[in-house]
Design a protein around this ligand. Structure first.
Ligand SMILES: Cc1cc2nc3c(=O)[nH]c(=O)nc-3n(C[C@H](O)[C@H](O)[C@H](O)COP(=O)(O)OP(=O)(O)OC[C@H]3O[C@@H](n4cnc5c(N)ncnc54)[C@H](O)[C@@H]3O)c2cc1C
Length: 396
């Protein structure tokens, strides 16, 4: 292979480049990245980057010297807009055409916008530019509304509260993290947020925004009540960045549909948030929007691009920091799973095990990283025996 192109220059894209070199690939690597910045880590954007005013250097992935050492060509900012599989050609928005022998797609996801028009002061949070704009706007927004009770919305609420703002979280669900974890965990987390002064409006569908002179002044609920706010964050989910691939003939569904080895077509692999692949351990298609997965999946995808025949069968892992709570989880938490608590929930340090089809399939640590790691083995054993019905593990 004379040229490998990596589309997406972030966590999975950089990991793909690193893996290519680690595996001994010495030919041309071209990275096409839509963002103008060097690769950086997204998790701090909803946490310390805003709360502690961190500089970019704290979140960048690898110093310039490390990037230089990899010897890849970075075409940034540049956006891939079409893939011709037959000719093995990529077209960029600037109309350049690039030939490849191998392709890794790592284009991630984009946040869902609130349907209908949004006045100024309504934000989403995915990238550095969003976080910088939010950081500035929070300085003159005493009242913040967060729409969405997923991990991202709840993390942002904790951050806004930490810098002293009045925060109301509004969501359809009966408790936070309803798409990620069972009710008992969400309810405990709701209690911790309330204790910290966050107001939660649950089971409360949002109808739209109120505005004054084009700037948001409140969030209007379906029952007509208005929650006053000078800033609103919409954190209601995300969609895989696959539109540019629609005419390519690649199989597209909820992400790029890959086989068990992360292959979407001969010589074409996907990794990270955009990849939906067949997890041969769980016997299910999964798409995972978690940081660790981006790195690990890129590693396996690249090995297979270079000739290996390895299934990608991780035990999913994620973490989230909210107030003084460090949540970490391994495995999966099907909606029908039953929880067993190891330790004392009231103590602020415990592990919750999720039972499904007679096996432990998920383990969540609440300020209990060390104990949690011991549960990991049990999850690996259970993998082969269960069937999943929940295909996307989302962060939003
Ligand atoms: C605010 C925030 C906090 C998070 N916190 C956590 C956390 O605490 N724990 C956790 O496990 N996970 C967390 N995540 C999730 C984690 O950051 C993602 O799983 C990870 O970034 C995925 O990496 P990726 O490379 O697949 O996608 P991305 O990081 O989204 O990168 C995709 C890149 O591709 C570019 N791109 C898109 N389309 C094109 C195109 N057509 N041409 C060229 N380039 C393109 C994008 O601009 C982007 O730079 C968080 C995410 C966010 C947004």
């Amino acid at each position: 292979m004379r040229t490998v192109i990596v589309v997406g220059g972030s966590a999975a894209g950089l990991a793909a480049v690193q893996s290519l070199r680690r595996e001994g690939y010495g030919e041309r690597i071209l990275v096409i990245g839509a963002e103008p910045h060097p690769p950086y880590d997204r998790p701090p954007l909803s946490k310390g980057f805003i709360a502690n005013n961190l500089p970019f250097e704290h979140i960048r992935l690898g110093e310039q010297a490390l990037l230089d050492e990899l010897g890849a060509e970075w075409l940034v900012p540049a956006r891939a807009c079409e893939l011709d599989l037959e000719r093995r050609m990529l077209r960029l928005e600037a109309d350049d055409r690039l030939r490849f022998d191998g392709l890794v797609v790592a284009t991630g996801v984009s946040p869902l916008a609130f349907p209908g028009p949004s006045p100024h002061g309504v934000y989403t949070l995915r990238g550095l530019d969003d976080a910088e704009a939010l950081r500035t706007a929070l300085a003159s927004a005493p009242r913040v509304a967060v729409i969405g009770t997923g991990v991202l919305g709840m993390e942002f609420a904790a951050t806004a509260r930490k810098i002293g703002l009045d925060v109301t979280v509004i969501g359809n669900a009966p408790h936070p993290l309803a798409r990620q974890f069972p009710a008992a965990i969400g309810e405990l987390l709701a209690a911790r947020h309330r204790e910290a002064g966050v107001i939660l409006r649950l089971n409360a569908p949002v109808a739209g925004f109120e505005e004054t002179s084009g700037h948001v002044s409140g969030v209007r609920l379906a029952d007509g009540e208005v929650i006053p706010a000078e800033l609103a964050l919409v954190a209601i989910g995300s969609k895989p960045n696959v539109d540019w691939l629609r005419s390519s003939g690649l199989p597209i569904g909820d992400g790029i549909l890959c086989d068990a080895r992360c292959r979407a077509a001969p010589g074409v692999y996907a990794a990270g948030d955009v990849a939906s692949w067949w997890h041969s351990g769980y016997g299910a298609r999964l798409r995972i929007e978690h940081r660790m997965n981006a790195t690990e999946q890129a590693g396996t995808a690249v090995k297979n691009l270079l000739g290996a025949t390895e299934d990608f069968r991780p035990i999913p892992f994620m973490w989230s920091d909210q107030h003084d709570v460090k949540l970490q989880s391994y495995g999966v938490f099907p909606a029908s799973g039953e929880m067993e608590i190891e330790g004392d929930m009231a103590s602020g340090r415990f592990v919750a095990l999720c039972h499904h089809q007679g096996r432990v399939v998920g383990a969540l640590g609440w300020n209990a990283a060390k104990t949690l790691r011991q549960s990991r083995m049990r999850l690996a054993e259970a993998m082969e025996d269960i069937r999943l019905d929940e295909p996307t593990l989302t962060f939003a």
